[in-house]
Design a protein around this ligand. Structure first.
Ligand SMILES: [Zn+2]
Length: 200
């Protein structure tokens, strides 16, 4: 059918290139776009483009920030500048922030070491983290990678890299279900895991 409507076929093909969209959602989304009025669609495109142009990663912690504004963590005097919570992605950071019980800084790795998917340590922000520890007087690193095999292996790799430095390396308290990802955990569990953190 789609070869009779080549423009729609192109829309579907383009949507298929976006990760995280289930194949069923792609057809629904295409329909939704076609049914939207032109003004709303133009607004959506403008918002997307503006976000791409105006939002970038902080060069220190790799959290998204507004291009012409300071980082809401690294440049916030009220936050504990000596404490850094290492998370895989920005989504996990949001979960930790929602607990309201953490006042330190973050370091977003950008994923986990996964040789099968071609992700090595050099694709992540691990070197920048080590440099940060050396230069910024950090006293504690909380390794809050997910309790999946890749998350644990990444935490071990980082802990090994930090060996010999005068800092405390801790990880989330047990009680966090094995295999679970922080992103989908409730706030009380994350708060408890953080406040009862233990040496790595
Ligand atoms: Zn920052």
């Amino acid at each position: 059918m789609l070869d009779q409507v080549p423009t729609l076929a192109q829309l579907i093909k383009t949507l298929q290139q976006i990760p995280y969209l289930a194949s069923k959602s792609i057809y629904r989304l295409a329909t939704h776009f076609l049914e939207m009025d032109e003004q709303h669609l133009e607004h959506l495109c403008a918002v997307l483009l503006k976000a791409k142009q105006q939002v970038l990663r902080c060069e220190t912690c790799f959290v998204w920030k507004e291009k012409d504004r300071a980082c809401s963590f690294c440049d916030a005097p009220k936050r504990n500048q000596k404490l850094v919570c290492v998370v895989e992605t920005w989504q996990e950071l949001l979960t930790v922030e929602k607990t309201g019980g953490y006042d330190g800084l973050y370091h977003v790795l950008g994923g986990v070491i996964c040789p099968l998917e071609g992700v090595g340590p050099e694709q992540l922000t691990i070197d920048a983290l080590i440099k940060r520890v050396d230069e910024k007087g950090i006293t504690e690193i909380i390794l809050a990678t997910n309790q999946t095999p890749e998350g644990e292996a990444t935490a071990s790799y980082i802990a090994h890299k930090l060996k010999g430095k005068m800092i405390t390396i801790s990880c989330l308290a047990r009680g966090v279900p094995v295999g679970s990802t922080l992103e989908f955990m409730d706030k009380l569990t994350v708060y408890k895991a953080l406040s009862e953190r233990r040496p790595f």
